[in-house]
Design a protein. Structure first.
Length: 83
């Protein structure tokens, strides 16, 4: 399923494909991809630098990401399956 941002980017590309047939579509799709990636990449890089600036913050994000990865698997692993 497409996330909210991906949905709007996909919708914009489809609208362009319908409205502007021809080789210019490739440039429009590339521009949409560049803008979309930049909007997400620049804040991500800034946040990453901020987290790396302090060992405490880096440890906290490591613990949170580990919990997010392992947490959803714990319940099914401990659930009793009466088959």
């Amino acid at each position: 399923m497409l996330g909210n941002g991906h949905f709007w980017a996909f919708l914009a590309v489809v609208a362009v494909l319908i409205a502007v047939p021809g080789p210019s579509v490739v440039f429009v799709v590339a521009a949409v991809a560049l803008v979309s990636d930049s909007v997400r990449g620049l804040p991500s890089g800034t946040a990453s630098g901020w987290f790396r600036g302090s060992p405490r913050r880096l440890s906290a994000i490591g613990a949170a990401s580990g919990t997010v990865m392992v947490g959803p698997g714990v319940r099914p692993a401990l659930a009793r399956n009466d088959v």
